[in-house]
Design a protein around this ligand. Sequence first.
Ligand code: ATP
Ligand code: MG
Length: 435
Amino acid sequence: MFLSKYFLPIVKDTPKDAQIISHRLMLRSGMIKQDSAGIYSWLPLGQRVLKKISSIIVNEQNNAGAHEILMPTIQSAELWRESGRYDDYGLEMLRIKDRHDRDILYGPTNEEMITDIFRSHIKSYRGLPLNLYHIQWKFRDEIRPRFGVMRGREFLMKDAYSFDLDQNSSFTSYNKMFISYLKIFKKLGLTALPMEADTGPIGGDKSHEFIILADTGESKVFCDRKWLNLSVDIDNINYEKDLEQNVSLFTSLYAATDEKHDPTKIDPSNLIETRGIEVGHIFHFGTKYSESMGAKVTLPDGSLSPVFMGSYGIGVSRLVGAIIESSHDDAGIIWPETVAPFDLCIVNLAVGNELCDEMSLSVYNFLKGRNKEILYDDTKESAGSKLAKMDLIGIPFQIIIGPRLAKDNKYEIKNRSNGEKHTVDFNNLINLVNL
Ligand code: ATP
Ligand code: MG
């Protein structure tokens, strides 16, 4: 991508009403534009990150045996009347009337709709277990939308729903999602602490929130100091084995939100009190929706049994803000390589200088041939402003080309996360950018 042809509307002044760093950095780096309270457009740089996060989630949910679908944003009120939640959900639900005066709504979540899909197609125990998920925009008319995309009104969520024959196999499905979530957050460069949670309006008997530690988080959390340097080989956990032990390992190390904190369960000398951002929330609610909505399967003996269900949410758009909260410095964003909008950038400090132009283009074409995503700054701005811009938008590697080094056929390469700079020739350059 040539920067001169790209849409990257950098905002020079620090936005006044943005209270937390991720919101400020997202606005300044031209990732999003606010349209109204809690509602944002995603501009090219932001959209790239959103897609990268989504695809990591899709991969890992598929590995865990879930199947991706796509349900609509608009739902009929009828389904919600069946479950009894139409009246219970309260003011967060955006209720709309169509031209025939029928009640519809912009979905805040999809338990009802997925239960309807299930009951329309699965009639026998042979269709179980099943896990379906989608990544779709949700609307919740939050009383206090704030912190940019962290607490929006319209936001992107991944929500999965599991269906099982009995409580035991339903817990197995729950554990798969639990481990899948830990793998996902790790791939995103985050340490997410699972904490027991209340089930709230979703209902049910078992629930965990996944919370990353950040001073600007909305939740107050208490956890064991050991969490800070815990390293578990989560990547190699196989979904097909019994995961109860793995789950217990994570739930045995103390971590709790304010509401659930029990000081008798943790040695005070190990306790840290901090804040966190909820990035995921999983629920086991058994037969709550299958009973009320008649999602039943026939058993081998011919009798009918309501299915056991769970639901599993990840805040995809919130994650963009959460990743920035946990990875930035004074100069700007530091993207983990897995979610960076571009793999590398090339900063040509002397556009118009024949040698610099030629070297920039040849490295650009070479890397493109290796399927790297590259942003090439071919604009005529000052060197200082170009370098500051790349630090702000946080691309992991900067290849800097200027007239002095170009004479010796050398490049400067800067690693955004640790700030290290090396002067290298072409071959070394290739080694340093993980090709
Ligand atoms: P919260 O406690 O933050 O209000 P919730 O418990 O109501 O969230 P869930 O129904 O569990 O949210 O939704 C699943 C995930 O969706 C949450 O873990 C969170 O990451 C994300 N999420 C929820 N509400 C919002 C919002 N208003 N803006 C952005 N992301 C959200
Ligand atoms: Mg929640």
